[in-house]
Write a new protein. Structure first.
Length: 282
């Protein structure tokens, strides 16, 4: 019996050693070999930098405003069709009327959602100043405000109309309310950034970013960069010019942690150096 338990103990240790080796191999595998492309900084002061971010955001702002206008047009058409101000071949009893205004309402919703996402993107490329709280709120919640404009008039006009029959009024009001809620929720910027926050991050010498990402990183071995081979590198001002307006949260936490550790013990900071052996027992 004693022999068996000893064997079991030995195989258990072997199994654990094998597991550790496999985990180490897997960890090494996820470490990507990056390639770096150095990007030059264009701006030399705050005004120049803000001019570049404004220019970066402009196409998105214009597209958002155009789409919001189109959404309002769809809403007006939906109202006109609901009240039969636009003549189709449909009769009043024909459900084609319902389908027509419902389709317009869906088009209205689609435009509002896309416009809001473009607006959020433009705000991330060119954040508004938080100096004026009201202005900052309106700027970041313009999508929510315009969602109200895109659906509330439709709902109010339908509910206050005396001529339309009760059933189609109820359907229209519910459809309008659902569209309003969906549009409003999808227009919220859950992670807004202010111009001040952006400028605060604009003084780091060497940072890294990817072509498709939305943030820049202080460390090229950040876990968020594990799946990207091609990295762009430059100053954080250059990253902002490239549309990456904020520092990655993981890198920020790590920088703070390292600064704290550096303050406590300056020499015990090199994790590569401490090659502690996994086989502790002889
Ligand atoms: Zn990072």
């Amino acid at each position: 019996m004693a022999k068996t338990s000893k064997n079991e103990g030995a195989s258990e240790a072997a199994r654990r050693a094998l597991e550790a080796a496999t985990a180490k191999k897997a960890a090494e595998k996820t470490k990507v070999q990056h390639t770096y492309t150095q990007v030059g900084q264009q701006s030399t002061n705050k005004e120049e930098l803000l001019a570049i971010t404004r220019a970066n955001a402009r196409p998105y702002r214009i597209a958002a405003i155009v789409l919001w206008a189109v959404a309002i047009v769809f809403e007006l058409l939906a109202i006109l069709i609901f009240f039969h101000k636009i003549e189709f071949k449909f009769t009043t009893e024909n459900p084609g009327w319902t389908i027509a205004w419902l389709v317009l309402l869906v088009l209205d919703l689609a435009c509002v959602i896309v416009a809001s996402r473009l607006w959020v993107k433009s705000n991330h490329l060119d954040p508004a100043s938080a100096a004026n709280k009201t202005k900052f709120w309106i700027h970041n919640n313009l999508g929510v405000i315009l969602s109200v404009f895109a659906f509330l008039p439709f709902i109010i006009l339908i509910l206050t109309n005396k001529e339309a029959d009760k059933k189609s009024k109820t359907i229209a009001a519910i459809a309008g309310a659902v569209a309003l809620v969906v549009a409003g929720l999808s227009s919220v910027d859950y992670n807004p950034i202010s111009q001040e926050e952006m400028l605060e991050a604009a003084d780091i010498d060497t940072v890294f970013w990817t072509a498709s990402g939305t943030v820049f990183h202080a460390y090229d071995d950040c876990s968020h960069l594990n799946h990207t081979v091609e990295l762009l590198t430059g100053t954080s001002t250059t990253a902002i010019e490239a549309g990456k307006t904020r520092l990655c949260k993981t890198c920020e936490a790590r920088a703070l942690r390292e600064a704290e550790e550096g303050g406590a013990a300056a020499d015990s900071q090199e994790p590569e150096q401490t090659q502690d052996t996994t086989a502790a027992t002889p």
